[in-house]
Write a protein that binds this ligand. Structure first.
Ligand code: PEP
Ligand code: MN
Length: 339
């Protein structure tokens, strides 16, 4: 349930309610809005003396949270969450659309530095690149590991781009958080609950990809795991789902974007590279994603896609990324956003 404070409630009034909630054995999560503060109460409501809360000073009303995901829900926070990708750096979830681009895998110093420069020149705000790769086959390239993270950090130093990289196991959270700015949870790990909880215990924002066979509600509950464990900065990423269709690697269900906008305050990013599997389809789906209301894009971009160690077929070139930005800017403007 949510305790809605009256406009003008002081910090002391809010603290008093928060203390009562804790006393009743629930977890509290205070959200300060522009005109009023709400306190989400998470846990078993049977131990709560509702009238004590209702009658506390400056409490307006108590409303139940109907969605099974609580803190991720719009019921708790009506306004969109704007998340900083790095301290003092670009944000996602506000008026400006964030473009994240880079190779599937970090392969070499030359590859990542060249790509980073191209992403910065195109107007991207963050560089993606996997150092630990969740590959379907154990015989495929598994990533450069910590050496790859060092190269990503060097690319950030040279370009100012935020770094987005995937964490595939709990034991890598610390090293990935030390080198990068945003931690990605891949589709294969969306229901890896101990990993989600570990994401909640560290303070870098998390890009949470939708599992390839996860329903919308399961995805939002995965986000809830991270928020419940202490990290509210979750960015949702639609990367396509498995269907019977095979002209694409995955089916990119863009209707999820406006649906998410009705259900959650968390920013939504679309990944048309994994979402289609084919570089020639990526520009159109980037445009469609922005038109549908996405807050950002994450695109695979490689200076030599034919020789990429992973996902070359769905990686666009730096030139294609650069050319894409002009129509994307126009579409962003048409839907009341900036890029
Ligand atoms: C990736 O981003 O390269 C990746 C492995 O994505 P996903 O988890 O969506 O398959
Ligand atoms: Mn990839």
């Amino acid at each position: 349930m949510i305790v809605v404070m009256k406009p003008g409630a002081t910090q002391q009034d809010v603290q008093h309610v928060a203390d009562l909630v804790l006393e009743f054995g629930l977890k509290e999560h205070t959200i300060v809005g522009t005109d009023r503060t709400v306190i989400a109460c998470i846990g078993d409501k049977r131990s709560v003396d509702k009238s004590a809360l209702e009658n506390a000073p400056m409490v307006d009303r108590i409303v139940p949270i109907l969605a099974p995901y609580k803190m991720a829900s719009k019921e708790v926070r009506k306004t969109a969450s704007e998340i900083s990708l790095m301290p003092g750096g670009p944000t996602i979830g506000g008026a400006k659309i964030a473009v994240i681009a880079g190779p599937c895998s970090v392969e070499s110093r030359d590859q990542i530095l060249r790509t980073a420069q191209a992403v910065a020149d195109a107007g991207g705000v963050a560089l993606r690149g996997g150092a630990f790769k969740p590959r379907t086959s154990p015989y495929s390239f598994q990533g450069m590991g910590e050496e790859g993270l060092e190269l990503l950090a060097e690319a950030r130093e040279r370009t100012g781009l935020a770094i987005v990289t995937e964490v595939i196991g709990v034991e890598q959270v610390e090293v990935c958080a030390a080198y990068s700015d945003v931690l990605q949870i891949g589709a294969r790990n969306m229901q890896h609950y101990p990993l989600l909880e570990a994401m909640g215990r560290q303070d870098k924002p998390v890009l949470l990809k939708r599992g390839m066979s996860a329903k919308l509600e399961e995805w939002l509950l995965a986000a809830e795991y991270i928020i419940n464990a202490g990290n509210p900065n979750v960015i949702l990423c639609e990367r396509g789902i498995r269907t019977f269709e095979d002209y694409v690697r995955n089916t990119l269900p863009l209707a999820v974007v406006p649906e998410l906008k009705e259900r959650t305050h968390l920013p939504v990013v679309v990944d048309p590279s994994h979402g289609t599997g084919h570089a020639h389809l990526v520009p159109s789906m980037c445009k469609a994603a922005i038109a549908a209301g996405a807050d950002g894009l994450i695109v695979e971009c490689h200076p030599d896609p034919e020789r990429a160690t992973s996902d070359g077929a769905q990686s666009i070139t730096p030139g294609a990324l650069y050319d894409l930005m002009t129509p994307l800017r126009r579409i962003a403007e048409a839907v009341g956003r900036e890029l």
